[in-house]
Design a protein around this ligand. Sequence first.
Ligand SMILES: NC(=O)c1ccc[n+]([C@@H]2O[C@H](COP(=O)([O-])OP(=O)(O)OC[C@H]3O[C@@H](n4cnc5c(N)ncnc54)[C@H](OP(=O)(O)O)[C@@H]3O)[C@@H](O)[C@H]2O)c1
Length: 274
Amino acid sequence: MPSPILDVRGVSVPRLGFGTWQVTGRAAREGVRDALQLGYRHIDTAKMYANEVQVGEGLRESGVPREEVWLTTKVWIDAARASDLRRSAEQQLTDLGVDRLDLLLLHWPAPGVPLAETLGALAGLREEGLIRELGVSNFPSALLREAAALAPVFTNQVEYHAYLAQDAVLAACHESSVMLTAYSPFARGRLLDDPVLGDVAAAHDATPGQVALAWLLAQELVAAIPKASSNERRAENLAALELELSPEEHDRIGALRSRGIRTADPSGLAPTWD
Ligand SMILES: NC(=O)c1ccc[n+]([C@@H]2O[C@H](COP(=O)([O-])OP(=O)(O)OC[C@H]3O[C@@H](n4cnc5c(N)ncnc54)[C@H](OP(=O)(O)O)[C@@H]3O)[C@@H](O)[C@H]2O)c1
């Protein structure tokens, strides 16, 4: 069974998190509260999701002690300059109502801003104790290597699921013990009707979503952050931590990569992928 906790360079991270993109207002507050009460201990948000105030409210309403929750947020690319980044991070801490973030990421590579400047600013926040770890998101392998040479990058959050191979990014992560946080682990739902996943799920009395997550979570240094709107689905997704696939099942699901489906490829924002 996959351990519910990942050890990343001596730091413990709950490997299944709750993603909050497109969850706003009351749904964000209640979703985060309910997810934490169900047993999630890792929450993923971002400045761009416009829900940090509600995520913070949900965190407090849950009654789960702050130190038990891994809280990740992201700065948008318009704050990649050092002075803007500090201002954004301070506002995000205020909005979330916390003294410290567990992880602060640059949401996408920021064109026109030297990587050394952004990562230097993140490293400065880390040294001051405002953030525990720093990271990047949507970085292809070459850019990740560049980043890891400049600062202690803790994670690269990228789209990863059985329909999208991420061998190059995974290899670059392994070189520097960087966690790969898999976003859109269900390919935004497209993976859930797959007949192979359905087959494997039936053999375990599980659901295709649980199989999709178990496949990711069995991989070294991989965490996943599914989003679900209902508490039933959130509970179902959390229970994927109890599902263990056989090596044959793992390979069968891995073969689905030939589909090559990438759901997040925004023009003007996306880098040249591997
Ligand atoms: N760094 C980045 O650039 C980036 C980009 C995209 C996403 N993310 C992060 O990754 C998180 C997850 O990605 P995502 O929201 O794009 O996609 P996802 O988690 O792959 O899929 C979410 C979809 O799956 C459905 N779903 C969830 N659990 C289900 C279940 N048990 N049974 C059936 N359907 C289920 C959800 O439906 P309902 O909501 O209706 O339940 C929703 O339509 C985001 O919330 C965000 O935190 C980061």
